[in-house]
Design a binder for this molecule. Sequence first.
Ligand code: ADP
Length: 249
Amino acid sequence: APAPPVALEARGLVKDFRGFRATNDVNLQIHDGEIHAIIGPNGAGKTTLFNLLSGFLKPTAGEVRLFGERVDTLRPYEIVRRGLSRSFQISSVFPTLSVRENVLVALQSPTPLPHRFWVPLSRLESLGARADAILADVGLGGMPERLAADLSHGEKRQLEIGISMTQDPRVLLLDEPTSGMGSEGIARVIALVRQVARGRTVVLVEHNMSVVAELADRITVLQYGSVLASGRYEDVRRDPRVIEAYLGD
Ligand code: ADP
């Protein structure tokens, strides 16, 4: 079979923190259009890998490529402009703004308009229409005027995903989108990730294995900073080394 097109790739990626190797020679290919889950026990290096892929950390060695172009030398906002955006575990939501205002603010950054002090009315209206479309996509279309501070935990995560959608990313990185949620919230996030994955590539860090089973086309298992296994979910979950790593946890 022909090799599938690669959206995001790590080549020989290494990250050392004062002598401690948090990322150890990671080679990873995220295929264009797939939902790819990165799993592994606490301390395995999932967050560090996410930070390397999105440019928030510079690798000690190795490369990150986005649609073939080397991006590990770029700043995070330059990587966003090339089509990769991420959500954070730590909230990027402004609590004193409404749901819709949060999306509008994000729509105007980090790629500012040429003349921010004089935004043509037509431009604002088209931003408004885009904000409404994004809110509908993430399931918040019914509460545009609600203060972000008044949202439930799950609704805040939906808004965060909406904020990362404002850059219309080709590749979306989601950091533990179901963390701290009950079963109802988890079901909503699963539906939401499926929705936003249409026509784009999604990479997520996820602890909940039933979420991984439902969503992921392929997964990568990290252990002690290294890739233990990577491939189709159905194959990786049967890999004896993966079973051993999880039973031995
Ligand atoms: P995970 O997200 O899988 O729980 P992390 O990427 O957060 O793992 O951490 C991997 C390892 O790297 C851990 O042992 C952690 O203590 C270490 N680490 C992460 N960030 C730093 C840092 N800024 N300085 C030193 N050590 C770090």
